[in-house]
Write a protein that binds this ligand. Structure first.
Ligand SMILES: [Zn+2]
Length: 1008
């Protein structure tokens, strides 16, 4: 599709801004243009016309040099970069870069991969023709600096390589699709770098290679342009927010640098490392007018080389100073972005010995010029923002493009003047990464062989491979010393068996592995009170693995060999016989097997059994039929199997491939997008339906066994039911001639405004009552509670507990429940804000807890805390014996409380706690936890019952950012056993059987 075009109007009145006049006499001649080179006057006039204030430009971008042979962006756009009303599709951006490459030997375009929806991603290299011709040899030289093992850590050789090499500065645009300015800014930037003969530009292109990916999130860019076109075609109407950016997630595509699930993340890192770039500079838009968060704020990530922190300071403050020199207001580098989490795209550079940078410029989410009214915190003067943005501003996309280009050009020029310095640092950081075991430790991370964990371990090793981390496997057993768990504990000797996986820290990208596998601690009194993202993420915990951090360098001397394909570590089939048994040990692919082997008969063992000398846990699969296909399937799913001559004599139930609907709202789709990603990757099919579909279908049960209602992200119950306000125009989300890219599948709508509605809620209720399973998490769990779909479950008021994306330890309560199949011991979960549940044997919202715990407190009177008070003047009457209930348990009801109490939930319908938080002393694994008492030991996963069906509630998000592999089986177990989720056993003696109490000793239940 073509972009919105407007003819390039020739401006007859040349526009000379005050700024142009002043800058021509500027003291600073660094950026003076070449007076011999003619200017493209028409283009220049339009730049001036669209710049809303003379201070919103700089001497670097307030003109465009002319070229007789090289086309300007106007050739494709029909007007200048940043012109109002013009937002090009990715293919038009690419078209321009390819025209540029065809016309100039200083530009080359490379395809670097494709997106989930098959759209191309490109990188554009710009430099002097000689440098580009030498690019491959330059890559070879940089590769040696990147891996100093190749030159035996010989600094003399390194110096020679540095002398001959050109650094690579990699700029990435519009990862966030509503942040729209970067592609046109980068088109013009590339033209300037290729054409301009200003001494400073010549210096840049003869000293370094600038690499540009103009559109990182290509799927989202095209949808954003669709939305903008719809808006321009319906100028008086409200237009929808961009509901789908990428295929799966929106803003979180910039939180994917740890697990690297998305194609865009993998393509950018592969490109970055293929070129051995020194900087990854990602362009965003949100903060006025330009926040270079290169300096940001603490706490800094604890796994980066200290040299990097100095490079951040050097580049950030220098960049702000240059912009001050140009007189451009509202530019700063210190600010509230902390550099703790390594999840941001730019941070791929920090974890791979480069420099990460990020600009937030000001943008209008499209190409309209708008009056913008800032909030006081945005325009106030602070110590680090002495020249703050204006409180009210008329802002254009051209202003945005001026800021982005001026800042980039000035910082690239600074970089080009210090190429030796930055290449030396690059070499030093790479060298120190390989010397890590000697310099700072640890020496390695080691994973001992454990068949029960191999399936999840393979998932972790695949992540490390995507991070370009080398993986080894011990050929023989190795013994080394292991540090004690706590400060001051004595080290102990540990022997790792042959076959143990070793992630050596004497490799170039050791920091990437170290940051993922280590633990994180965020002090509750840290001066940073607003963590920017998750405070904990240890993949050791989130993948539910046992990984040993080894500081003893002896491990590195052990005999080991590289592992090139981790998937070969599992997928074996041994034994003989016609029944194939797969032990359930919390693998993520048991449910997938049921879909892949539809023609086979698959049964789930309801109890543990022993066969062929092996132990099989409850929940293990027994497969018969389709024998020829099973071996390949198990191999592809990394599942080990054992052939048995006969089926074990235990209770089983059949595992038929359940019919799943994934239900989304039209409020937001990102958080559920991570669930779609996990299901698609596992090969688990589902119908993707909206709450509007549920509202229309009165018999959901006839179509589905399971409805997954993954978190909305910011959905209140009333928003889920009501949808968006309906006092404006309908807002469609579907394909049309002006919105050809909008839908991600068949699920479109003429109007995104209606929500689930009360009809939809009733349809959900009927679905559950007829035996369906509804899976909910975080805000949709709250929705289930608040709409009466989860009788007996309420939210724990979390008081002053502080949890910010924290990894917390949990304990299984209903160990026999199929949801817990394959698990033993504790399970780490990541909790966004500490959501926890109370359960009650009655309907009500307080959880039915007693206000006074007779075991912890008593009124003033005779005796001790443990004894009864005995009032005088009457006989002593023994009080009803109160059974101690744990924080995760429902309070038991006595005879008084049961009498004619129609709120009492029948026993088989009472909610069952699957998982609870540990006590406050052992609850924290990684990140920030403060004042945990109100949530400690409370339920975090609960299975509630309604009619013949179940509602599974997660207080955590078990399918999150591709990071929570250890928790996936909770969801998959529930789906696989969806019709066997009745209460596993009564959790306590039934309340009804309790012995009668004397009438004067009752304590009324609180609340209810
Ligand atoms: Zn952004």
């Amino acid at each position: 599709m073509r972009p919105i075009r407007r003819a390039l109007l020739l401006c007859t009145l040349p526009f000379f801004s005050a700024a142009t006049f002043l800058y021509s006499q500027s003291l600073n001649t660094n950026f003076a243009r070449d007076p011999q080179q003619s200017v493209d006057q028409s283009y220049t006039d339009h730049i001036h016309k669209y710049t809303t204030d003379p201070t919103f430009t700089s001497p670097l971008v307030d003109y465009l040099p002319a070229s007789k042979t090289v086309p300007t962006p106007a050739k494709v756009l029909g007007d200048v970069s940043g012109a109002p009303d013009i937002l090009p599709y990715a293919e038009d951006v690419y078209k321009y870069f390819r025209l540029l490459a065809a016309a100039s030997p200083r530009v080359k375009v490379y395809t670097i991969g494709h997106t989930e929806e098959g759209r191309e991603q490109i990188a554009v290299a710009v430099a002097d023709a000689d440098l580009l011709k030498d690019a491959d040899a330059n890559k070879q030289r940089l590769a040696q600096l990147a891996d100093p093992r190749t030159i035996n850590f010989d600094d003399t050789k390194a110096r020679a390589l540095i002398d001959q090499s050109y650094p690579i500065y990699y700029i990435t645009g519009t990862i966030h699709s509503p942040e729209t300015g970067a592609p046109t800014a980068l088109m013009e930037l590339a033209y300037r770098l290729a054409v301009d003969d200003s001494p400073y530009i010549k210096f840049i292109r003869t000293h370094m290679i600038v690499l540009i990916t103009p559109v990182v999130e290509v799927d989202g860019r095209d949808r954003m342009v669709d939305i903008y076109r719809w808006h321009k075609a319906h100028p008086k109407e409200k237009y929808p927010d961009l509901l789908y950016w990428g295929h799966y997630v929106a803003h979180d595509n910039n939180r994917d640098a740890m697990s690297m699930t998305l194609d865009l993340t993998r393509n950018v890192l592969n490109t970055y490392l293929d070129w051995h770039a020194q900087v990854l500079h990602d362009l965003h838009e949100s903060v006025p007018f330009l926040y270079d968060n290169t300096v940001g704020d603490g706490p800094y990530n604890a796994w980066v080389d200290p040299l990097l922190a100095d490079e951040w300071a050097e580049l950030g403050w220098n960049n702000v100073a240059a912009m001050q020199n140009f007189g451009m207001p509202g530019v700063f580098t210190h600010g509230d972005f902390d550099t703790w989490s390594p999840g941001y795209l730019m941070f791929l550079a920090s974890m791979h010995n480069g420099i990460s940078r990020l600009y937030e410029t000001f943008g209008n989410g499209g190409a309209d010029t708008e009056k913008r009214i800032l909030d006081p915190e945005e325009y106030s003067r602070t110590w680090y923002r002495q020249n703050p943005p204006w409180p009210i501003v008329n802002w254009s996309q051209r202003d945005n493009n001026n800021y982005e280009q001026s800042a980039l050009l000035s910082t690239i020029f600074y970089f080009s003047q210090h190429t030796h310095h930055f290449l030396e640092n690059y070499y030093s950081k790479s060298k120190r990464a390989v010397q890590k075991p000697k310099l700072e430790g640890p020496a390695a991370y080691v994973i001992a062989p454990d068949p029960a964990a191999t399936n999840r371990e393979i998932e972790l090793l695949k992540v490390l491979q995507r991070q370009h981390v080398e993986i080894q496997q011990l050929s023989d057993a190795a013994t080394c010393s292991i540090a004690g768990e706590k400060r001051g504990d004595k080290p102990k000797q540990e022997t790792f068996a042959a076959g143990s996986i070793v992630i050596r820290m004497d490799q170039p990208y050791s920091r990437a592995a170290d940051a993922l596998l280590d633990r994180q601690y965020w002090a509750p009194d840290d001066p940073q009170k607003h963590p920017y993202d998750d405070t904990g993420w240890s993949f050791t915990h989130l993948f539910n693995l046992k990984i040993v951090r080894v500081t003893d360098p002896a491990i590195l001397k052990a005999s080991m060999k590289p592992v090139s394909d981790p998937s070969t570590l599992a997928g074996k089939l041994d034994g003989s016989g016609s029944i194939i048994a797969i032990n359930n040990s919390g693998q993520i692919s048991l449910l997938s097997a049921v879909y892949k082997l539809k023609e086979a008969k698959i049964e789930v063992a309801e109890k543990a059994f022993d066969a062929d000398g092996k132990h099989f846990a409850a929940g293990s699969l027994l497969i018969s039929g389709a024998a020829d296909k099973v071996a390949d399937t198990l191999h592809s799913l990394s599942l080990d199997g054992t052939r048995l001559p006969a089926a074990p004599t235990i209770a089983t139930h059949e595992a038929k491939a359940p019919r799943i609907a994934m239900m989304h709202t039209w409020l937001a789709t990102q958080t559920e997008g991570w669930w779609r990603y996990a299901f698609d990757t596992a090969g688990i099919p589902f119908d993707y339906i909206s709450t509007q579909t549920a509202a229309k279908q009165d018999d959901l049960r006839s179509k589905y066994d399971v409805i997954v209602f993954a978190p909305v992200g910011h959905g209140s119950t009333i928003d889920i039911i009501n949808g968006l306000p309906r006092w404006n125009n309908p807002m469609p989300w579907k394909k049309s001639h002006i919105t050809p890219n909008l839908q991600i599948d068949d699920d479109g709508t003429d109007d995104i405004r209606p929500g689930l509605g009360y009809d939809g809620l009733e349809h959900l209720r009927t679905f559950i009552e007829k035996g369906g399973l509804l899976i909910t998490s975080e805000d949709t769990a709250q929705f289930a509670i608040e709409t009466g779909l989860a009788p007996g479950v309420s939210l724990v008021p979390k008081a002053d507990a502080r949890v910010v994306g924290t990894v917390l330890n949990t304990t299984f309560v209903a160990k026999e429940n199929p949801i817990a199949f394959g698990y033993s011991g504790n399970l780490p979960v990541i909790s966004a804000k500490g959501m926890a549940f109370n359960v009650s044997n009655t309907l009500g919202h307080s959880g039915g807890r007693l206000l006074m715990d007779p075991y912890a407190e008593r009124p003033t009177g005779r005796g001790s805390l443990e004894e009864n008070d005995e009032p005088l003047g009457r006989k002593a009457v023994e009080a009803e014996k109160l059974e101690k209930t744990q924080p995760w348990e429902a309070k038991k009801l006595n005879e008084e409380q049961m009498r004619n109490n129609f709120s009492v939930i029948p026993e088989q319908l009472r909610p069952e706690v699957i998982l609870r938080f540990n006590d406050s002393k052992t609850m924290l694994l990684d990140g920030l936890l403060d004042k945990a008492n109100s949530i400690a030991e409370h339920a975090v996963v609960v299975n509630a019952h309604l009619g013949n069906g179940s509602v599974l509630l997660f207080g955590n998000n078990p399918v999150y950012r591709g990071e929570t592999i250890g928790d996936y089986p909770l969801v998959f177990n529930a789906i696989l056993n969806h019709n066997h989720l009745q209460r596993s056993k009564p959790s306590a003696p039934p309340a009804d059987n309790q012995k009668p109490s004397t009438p004067d000793s009752t304590s009324k239940p609180a609340g209810n």
